[in-house]
Design a protein around this ligand. Structure first.
Ligand code: GAL
Length: 537
């Protein structure tokens, strides 16, 4: 019997254990897994860097390829991601750029429209009244031929040697000179409201100005109050109708205190004498108002809370060393005023001064201080009888005096003079957004006449600026043409003042751009208020 074929050994079931590493695609040898590019391996150079395991060539290649692939994938992802991000960011940034640009454009448009509106408003006001005031804003030139100086005796020249020709201003101040006579015409050319005729309502700067009694008006260094109760204007000023003298050869010319005069008017041209509303003190030498002292620049405002008329004045002794302010009150615009006291505001010297009542009823004192090197401004108390603790120094080291403050559409303006005693000098206009400053200087406001006139404020010194109701932007500039050797014969220079156009000096706070309107005082040999002007009514 054949033996059964030997059974072929059954192959043992192959124990296939998963290779420790996946096989290489090319050589089918197990390969360690690729290094995950995301498991950030610190660079070998960095401290604590783990050495990258050395891979067999294939492994290396694979890892390299995978890294490239990974990199590509990542790049692709990154690109996708970053492009998505870029798209978002781009969108967002370009959106925000557009939004901000729009906001910027809107702001610029807003700014220009506000500026234009303000301009238009001002232009509107300016043009509305232009027709009424046009002729007052015409530049009028003045060509005066100055008389030759005194002839000098040739013998005196031999004895004393040749002398310098006197300056025009010295001749002007010398009452015996022909130059003086030119600017102080005598009574024959006086403005006389009782006469009327062709000259009715005309202001003639520098001429004698008579009141309704036919006497020369005595209201120097003064100011005007419009009283709504009596519907009249009141002009207060120094009565200097006395003898001019010097206390010693080097002192300034003076007149004894007579008191504060008051005149009333409805039309600003024809003035009725209301008498001396604050008289000097004839006997008591210790009194502030004793005739031997100094009382200058009276200004009156009405207090709506107390119903009182409050007067502030410059009080001094004959040598101007007291340098104080004085306060007086009355229940009537025509007085009598009761003198209360004098003091140095905040302990500082106070010489030329003024007071200003703002639209909201608050009032302020302006005074030249520290040897007239600067001005100070201080709010008054509610009753106007004192100053509050607040004070600001303004126009420091500018040496200004004779302040006259006014306001137009929220901006404050001021005209000042230089400090040269009774001799005239160049005026300056100033402006401020806040009455407490800072105050900026706009330049010389004088227009027309001639150079000599413009450099001497038409031979006068500021004292007050009166707004003309119904003619916004139009004011009357009030000034004194002092006659030092005969102070009672000092004259008044009233001229139209306008706010409009661009200021002509580069300004401190505006980076060289003119930010303020120009203040212009126009010279006129004769002028009148627009016929259409009816005062407050
Ligand atoms: C001026 C001043 C006048 C008066 C005069 C006296 O500077 O403005 O008000 O005081 O000096 O010399």
């Amino acid at each position: 019997m054949p033996s059964p074929p030997a059974a072929t050994p059954r192959p043992l079931p192959l124990q296939v254990s998963p290779p420790p590493f996946p096989l290489c695609d090319l050589c089918r040898t197990p390969q360690p897994p690729p290094v995950d590019a995301t498991s950030a391996t610190p660079p070998a150079s960095s401290p604590g860097a783990r050495r990258q395991p050395t891979l067999p060539l294939h492994g290396k290649r694979r890892a390299f390829l995978m890294r490239i692939n990974n990199g590509r994938m990542k790049m692709r992802n990154k690109q996708r991601k970053s492009s998505a991000l870029n798209f978002d960011a781009g969108c967002r940034s370009s959106l925000s750029f557009i939004v901000w640009s729009l906001v910027g454009v809107a702001l610029i448009v807003c700014f220009f429209s506000v500026v234009r509106q303000a301009d238009t408003r001002q232009n509107h006001i300016y043009f509305r009244h232009l027709s009424a005031t046009r002729e007052l804003e015409e530049i009028e030139e003045e060509h005066f031929r100055l008389p030759p100086p005194h002839k000098v005796n040739p013998r005196a020249v031999k004895r004393r040697g040749p002398r310098k020709a006197p300056k025009v201003i010295d001749q002007y101040l010398d009452e015996s000179s022909a130059v003086h006579a030119l600017f102080f015409p005598d009574e024959r050319s006086a403005v006389n409201p009782t006469k009327g005729g062709n000259d009715s309502m005309y202001f003639y700067p520098g001429r004698v100005w008579l009141d309704t009694d036919g006497h020369a008006i005595q209201a120097h260094g003064g100011g005007i109050l419009y009283d709504h109760i009596t519907a009249k204007y009141y002009w207060y000023g120094e009565n200097k109708d006395g003898l001019t003298y010097q206390t010693h050869p080097k002192s300034t010319y003076r007149v004894d205190i007579i008191g504060v005069s008051c005149y009333s008017s409805k039309n600003l041209w024809s003035w009725t004498n209301e008498g001396i509303v604050l008289p000097g003190e004839p006997t008591n030498v210790t009194h502030d108002l004793h005739k031997s002292k100094v009382l200058e620049r009276p200004k009156v405002i009405y207090n709506d809370h107390t119903g009182q008329y409050v007067m502030w004045v410059h009080i001094d002794d004959a040598n101007y060393t007291k340098a104080s302010v004085g306060v007086a009150v009355s229940n009537s615009p025509t007085g009598p005023f009761t003198y209360l006291y004098s003091f140095r505001p905040h302990g500082f010297e106070s010489r030329d001064m003024t007071i200003f009542k703002d639209d909201d009823g608050s009032a302020y004192l302006f005074y030249s201080s520290r040897d007239n090197t600067e001005l100070h401004v201080s709010p008054l108390t509610k009753d106007y009888l004192n100053i509050t603790v607040a004070m600001r120094r303004i126009l420091i080291r500018r040496h200004r005096e004779a302040p006259a403050v006014f306001k137009l559409q929220g901006t404050y303006y001021m005209i000042t003079s230089g400090c040269s005693g009774w001799a005239p000098n160049r005026a300056l206009a100033h402006a401020a957004e806040s009455i407490m400053g800072p105050w900026e200087t706009l330049g010389n406001p004088c227009v027309g006449g001639n150079r000599f006139f413009r450099l001497t404020t038409f031979l006068s010194q500021s004292t007050f600026v009166l707004p003309l109701p119904g003619l916004p932007g139009t004011f009357i500039f009030m000034a004194d043409r002092w006659n030092p050797s005969n102070l009672r014969d000092s004259r008044y220079v009233w001229l139209p003042l306008f706010i409009g156009g661009l200021a002509d000096e580069p300004l401190d706070y505006s980076f060289g751009f003119p930010a303020w309107s120009r203040v212009s005082i126009y010279w006129h040999r004769k002028w009148r208020l627009p016929e259409s002007w009816k005062g407050y009514t």
